[in-house]
Write a protein that binds this ligand. Structure first.
Ligand code: PLP
Length: 863
């Protein structure tokens, strides 16, 4: 294979159609319906055959056909119009330029992610994390936020799934040919491929070339180690997504993080693009970006490690995506030592400093392990989870890193995920909405409350649209079921029944996601008889479309798929429940709009956010879900249904039984009757009320533009502010000063203590309106009063004597006493009733800190 020299013959477009190339190369077509319609119109049959891939379409059109098309005046005019529209989209000022009022707006933001789900044409994702990253880039593009994405180009992407005869998942890894993808290679001025390189142990080197995918306005740099200078092992580093041994995955993460920073520098050098001021590490995989940036600063500017760390940290944001500890990348410290110790040590970065960044050096941690999430947290100034509940769970999960503080103070906030509406709303639904409603009415969601007399969409029209979307899904599901059975070895003669699989009029439930155990794919099978009765009800049938890939190494997951497939294979139910192999973006785009109900039953609280239900909501489907992830936050009693959870039931089997019973109960008593409750025109009025309410209230909230705006305002802009303050005029004086101050504070801390506290006005019972005044006598050792904040921390004591609903009241320095001792004072009027407790603590205080928790140091009064 390797001996063969491959090359690609590119189509040369006739002059009149030349802009088609730019339209195909910019991935904006993936969310811009008019551009896709244009490509489809060139050859509708071929468009189907290439699965809606513009690059493949142009590559397959015969030169003669192209010449004919070039004579079509109206087509040529359309091509030029859409080209002009794209140019406008790429250059005109958008939200970030015109309306974003955040201070310290960064000129560029680098976004690192191990996977990207942008279009089915570029299969570089395994699930929600990648889709979210894709939606983040697209929405940033729509808003004009100057992001540049960084990732890896996997030679085979994630696997393709099919089924064996007995329902076992079968994986294949078809190789992608980057030359036939919407990618361009970064080249040096002399035309050679631009490359980055990383040292590997034993004097080896890892080279990577860099592909550019243009996602609207956002460039996405993808590193690819499949180059001829690499030895075979190095060539295979980017062979597939999440494959291989720990060593292989570590090399992928080194290339992503460290190689990614180098790729950004390369990109700036070759194109003049501004250097990023903010670095967003999307999940821990890319954590090594911090090590490379520290390395850069030490090498180029001779900074001390601690100074470089402060400078890097100031501009970094970390997002954690998993509440499942097993979902976090962890390596043995010995393996890390191979890459950062001995002869491989980076100048100025001794091995133990690298190890310390990812060390689980807290109670309950594993000292032999290097933890990528901890690296992410330690190297970032701000961190977040991806839904409110996930923020809370993350604060609990990482509390050990901030042991002196209450869980509620752990500095991990949350920004709830969103989805990119132009990607996920069916074009015919968009067309209906835009025919009736103005942009403002759609943006506020209020348009969906308007009656037809007020210009709104009527129930009948909306219901008709739901019916059409369901019909499209049924047609597509039949095609896929048939194909799956052929792949499983059935003969066409045996497959007549697949033409009548599913019913375009029946209540359709969707369930599609990756298949880790906690998502409980087979919960619906808990009581097979009761479930079968639901499916086969002659009057009011329920039908279910299921899809999902399991990680190939997850035997349990693969087993769950088999159980579901074997259930769905049974003659009695196979028309009502189908498993569609090879879940991907293309399938999702038909499946989600076509469902009436989207089912999600994870084991709470293990679903960080989930986004598939949001995509459904935007198409007018209703969610039926465990109160986990985003649904915990936005379920309001009228936009769908909450499956009650048996929180606290310890036995997992018992818990599954209880939650499954609750699921059946809601279906039988509420969902099914409501769907089939029709008026004289055949419209389910009550159902449509819920659909409208969903569109009106969830519509604006679940969008990724809302999410990206929050990232800009709450994370990128503040972090850029820290970076500017510390960087100063690029001499890093601020970072140096902060690093020295932190070292001094850490050294002095053992001597810092609260000696005693005097409070006036505190009796066993005090009244609202009474004043309490407090004096704390503290020892600061070698620190000065301005290095610390002395805080009275008040709240409601719980049974374990922890304070809840904390109020933090800084006390003022009042008096210097002898021997490094000081008195601090404060007063407060009590404004709430009920039990009340307080304590006093000392925390470090400095303008350069993101907050008083940053160092994880607190000296509390001893009671
Ligand atoms: C939206 C989407 C996901 C993520 O769904 P979750 O709700 O997070 O499980 C995964 N895969 C595909 C193809 C998607 O479109």
């Amino acid at each position: 294979m390797r001996a063969i020299r491959r090359f690609t013959v590119r189509t040369v477009l006739p002059e009149a159609l030349a802009p088609l190339d730019a339209l195909a190369q910019n991935l904006r077509w993936s969310w811009h319906t008019p551009t896709r319609d244009l490509f489809a119109s060139l050859d509708p049959q071929l468009w189907e055959a290439v699965h809606g891939d513009p690059v493949a379409l142009l590559g397959s059109l015969a030169p003669r056909r192209l010449e004919q098309l070039a004579l079509d005046r109206s087509l040529v005019a359309q091509v030029h119009e859409l080209d002009a529209d794209l140019q406008r989209y790429l250059t005109e000022p958008r939200w970030y330029q015109t309306s974003c009022t955040a201070p310290d707006k960064p000129a560029a933001i680098a976004y690192f992610s191990a996977e990207y789900g942008i279009t089915a044409v570029l299969p570089q994702y395994s699930g929600g994390l990648g889709i979210l990253a894709g939606d983040h880039l697209k929405s940033a593009s729509d808003l004009g936020v100057p992001i540049v994405g960084v990732g890896l180009l996997y030679g085979a992407g994630y696997f393709k799934q099919s089924l064996t005869r007995d329902g076992w998942q079968h994986e294949t890894y078809p190789l992608l040919d980057p030359d036939n993808l919407p990618l361009t290679l970064l080249r040096e001025a002399d035309g050679t491929a631009a490359r980055v390189q990383l040292p590997l142990p034993g004097g080896r080197r890892l080279y990577a070339q860099v592909w550019l995918a243009q996602v609207g306005r956002v460039p996405l740099l993808l590193l690819d180690s499949n180059v001829s200078d690499n030895d075979d092992a190095a060539r295979r580093v980017t062979d597939r997504l999440y494959g291989g041994s720990p060593d292989h995955r570590l090399q992928q993460e080194l290339l992503l993080g460290m190689g990614g920073v180098k790729a950004l520098r390369l990109y700036s050098r070759l194109t003049g693009a501004p250097r990023p001021e903010v670095y967003h590490c999307n999940e821990g995989h890319a954590g090594f970006l911090a090590v490379e940036r520290i390395h850069e600063l030490i090498e180029a500017e001779g900074l001390a490690f601690e100074t470089a760390l402060e400078a890097v940290k100031a501009g970094t944001v970390f997002t954690t995506h998993t509440p499942v500890p097993a979902g976090i990348s962890r390596y043995s410290a010995d393996l890390i030592a191979e890459y950062f110790g001995g002869g491989a040590e980076l100048p100025g970065i001794p091995l133990e400093k690298v190890l310390a960044l990812g060390a689980e050096d807290y109670e309950g941690g594993n000292p032999g392990v290097f933890n990528m999430a901890i690296l992410g947290l330690r190297a970032a100034k701000r961190a977040n989870g991806v839904a409110q509940l996930h923020g809370k769970v993350s604060r609990e999960m990482f509390h050990q890193l901030w042991p002196g503080f209450d869980v509620s103070e752990v500095p991990i906030t949350s920004i709830t995920n969103g989805v990119h509406a132009p990607t996920w709303v069916d074009p015919s639904f968009v067309e209906l909405a835009e025919r009736h409603l103005t942009r403002e009415q759609l943006e506020s969601g209020e348009g969906w409350r308007l009656s037809p007399e007020e210009g709104g969409v009527s129930d009948a029209e909306l219901w008709d649209m739901r019916h059409r979307l369901r019909g499209k899904l049924v047609k597509e599901a039949r095609r896929r079921v048939r194909k799956s059975w052929l792949d499983r070895g059935a003969s066409p003669a045996q497959l007549g029944w697949t033409d009548s699989v599913l019913d375009p009029d029946a209540l359709t439930i969707g369930f599609a996601r990756r298949v880790p155990t906690y998502k409980r794919l087979t919960l619906m099978l808990s009581d097979p008889e009761r479930f079968t009765r639901l499916l086969t009800d002659p009057e009011r049938p329920v039908q279910i479309v299921v899809a999902g890939k399991s990680h190939p190494d997850d035997e349990q997951g693969v087993g769950l798929i088999q159980r579901l497939v074997q259930f769905a294979d049974q003659a009695g139910v196979r028309e009502r429940i189908v498993f569609l192999p090879n879940y991907d973006i293309a399938m999702a785009q038909t499946l989600m709009p076509g469902c009436d109900v989207w089912l999600n039953n994870p084991l709470r609280p293990l679903e960080a956010s989930g986004t598939s239900g949001m995509k459904c909501a935007l198409n007018g489907a209703l969610n039926l879900s465990i109160l986990d992830g985003w649904w915990d936050e936005w379920y309001d009693g009228r936009n769908g249904w909450a499956i009650p959870t048996a929180d606290g039931v310890e036995d997992p089997a018992a818990r599954d039984q209880l939650e499954a019973a609750a699921l059946y109960e809601i279906l039988e008593s509420t969902v099914v009757p409501r769907f089939y409750d029709r008026d004289d025109d055949g419209v389910p009025r009550h159902w449509m009320e819920m659909v409208r309410h969903t569109l009106a209230t969830l519509g604006p909230k679940v969008q990724a533009t809302r999410m990206v705006r929050e990232y800009v305002e709450r994370l990128y802009s503040p972090v850029a502010g820290y970076a500017h303050a510390l960087d100063g005029p690029s001499d890093h004086r601020g970072a140096d000063e902060l690093a020295r101050w932190k070292t001094r504070v850490r050294q002095a801390w053992p001597a810092v203590r609260v000696d005693h506290v005097e409070a006036d006005g505190v009796a066993d019972v005090v009244k609202v309106g009474d004043r309490i005044s407090m004096t704390a006598y503290v020892s600061l050792g070698d620190l000065r009063p301005e290095d610390v904040e002395v805080q009275a921390v008040a709240g409601r004591p719980d049974e374990a004597d922890n304070l809840r609903d904390l109020i933090v009241l800084p006390l003022e320095p009042a008096e210097a006493l002898e021997g490094g001792r000081y008195a601090f004072r404060g007063e407060r009027t009590l404004d709430q009733t009920g039990p009340f407790g307080y304590t006093v603590r000392i925390v470090p205080c400095h303008d350069g800190l993101a907050g008083y928790t940053e160092l994880g140091l607190a000296a509390a009064a001893q009671h």
